[in-house]
Unconditional design. Structure first.
Length: 429
């Protein structure tokens, strides 16, 4: 562990008149510069990292230019708290599920407002979360936990107990990594083969509501909710475009295309889930599916949702990262109710077919960039890159398209136009 005097010598001078916020940062926490920009008029930052983790070396060099750095192997809460204590941070934040429990343990030692450790576990462990929600009387998909040493017979028993189709996914994970639809026993037994040695869950598949809420738009969404001094405040309802197999995101947008009655039912469901789980700090995210029997919680995450912040800015709204930091230092949020938007901000993700094992060529991105409403196109997988839809989940996407349009009809049309404008050559099985 780096000594505190070593840490302080490696970074620029921090203003003593501004509050300090600890950012527990990992390789999937998002761009540090975004958080740094959000803090510019509000607070100083101290970055808490495990620099030995693969993928953090580039970030670590940048972080030392953006604030103090506390680098502790494994993010061990005792040593981290020993290093942070003398700095007297006013708050602590996290932008990835991977660091949520560590942040809770650190916050508990320092007396900082955050999710208690047991709540952080419930927000990251799918079996624990589903058990708590069921105990609170919330209807949802029944779930069976599969231990890492489970034999194929245990998987078959789970299938017989729950019925098909089923969703198989890691007990702790995100971005649809290793998330598979099992329509039958043969597929479920195949999951037992590749998932051996890992803790997984098998749960019932929730049917879609019919008719669809809006043609070309998926029947599930997410809600960003803040924990304020006055209680829960819902900030944004984010809509989704139809998933690519199996459960890979193809796009999201703010605001969602839902009527007032559906939205009210969704927000009531989110608040009940938050209360049951004890979500206690910052901004958290709840995924909800619209089923024939009403809204059902898919899962609750104890942090800001992925690139939702980008969609909010594109929709004409405020910086979500700044709101997270405001809450961390004890400030109120501006306004009331959902954050104001004056257009539809979106991010589209172009997903390859499941049979693709690699990228050979991509043509037409220049045509995508010229489409009305598009403000940015970013390549994620280049020619020569390997692809694995199951292992990479949503992160299999080839490129993203950001922008804004006037209404949801224009968004659906643009989604179709992007697919028509691009030609991709793949390596296939």
């Amino acid at each position: 562990m780096a000594r505190r005097d070593e840490v302080s010598r490696t970074v620029p001078h921090q203003s003593s008149s501004r509050p300090l916020v600890a950012v527990v940062h990992g390789d999937r926490s998002g761009p540090p510069l975004t958080v740094y920009a959000a803090a510019s008029e509000l607070c100083d930052l101290v970055w808490v990292v495990d620099g030995s983790r693969e993928g953090l070396s580039t970030d670590l060099r940048l972080l030392r230019r953006l604030g103090r750095v506390v680098d502790v192997p494994g993010l061990a809460p005792g040593p981290v708290a020993d290093s942070l204590g003398p700095l007297e941070p006013a708050g602590i934040v996290v932008f990835s599920d991977d660091e949520l429990v560590a942040a809770a343990l650190i916050a508990e030692r320092l007396g900082l407002r955050f999710h208690p450790p047991e709540v952080a576990v419930a927000l990251t462990d799918k079996e624990v979360q589903r058990t708590i929600l069921a105990g609170a009387g919330m209807e949802g998909p029944k779930l069976v936990a599969i231990p890492s040493d489970a034999a194929p017979g245990q998987w078959r028993a789970a299938g017989r107990r729950l019925g098909y189709p089923l969703v198989v996914k890691p007990r702790a994970g995100s971005t649809s990594w290793d998330t598979v639809l099992a329509p039958d026993e043969a597929t479920l037994v195949d999951c037992a083969r590749w998932a051996s040695g890992r803790e997984m869950v098998v749960e019932q598949y929730l049917p879609d509501a019919e008719p669809a809420n809006h043609p070309g738009i998926a029947g599930y969404l997410s809600v960003e909710t803040a924990v304020t001094a006055a209680g829960y405040r819902h900030l944004a309802v984010t809509g989704r475009l139809p998933l690519a197999p199996d459960f890979r995101e193809t796009g999201f947008f703010i605001p969602a295309a839902v009527d007032a009655g559906t939205q009210a039912a969704v927000l009531a469901t989110v608040e009940k889930a938050a209360s049951a789980l004890g979500a206690a700090a910052g901004i958290f995210r709840t995924e909800v599916k619209l089923t024939p029997d009403g809204p059902r919680v898919i899962e609750v995450n104890g942090r800001l949702g992925g690139a939702v912040a980008d969609a909010m800015l594109l929709a004409g709204g405020p910086s979500f990262h700044e709101l997270v930091l405001r809450l961390a230092v004890g400030l109120d949020l501006p306004g009331h109710g959902l954050l104001p938007c004056d257009r539809i901000g979106f991010r589209l993700l172009y997903q390859p077919p499941r049979c693709a094992t690699g990228v050979e060529s991509i043509e037409g991105l220049d045509r995508v960039a010229a489409l009305p409403g598009v403000t940015a196109v970013a390549l994620h997988h280049r020619p020569g890159d390997a692809l694995d839809w199951r292992r990479q989940g949503t992160d299999t996407y080839l490129f993203t398209v950001n922008g804004a349009v006037a209404d949801h009809g224009a968004l659906v049309a643009l989604h179709r136009a992007v697919a028509e404008a691009v030609t991709v050559g793949y390596r296939r099985r």
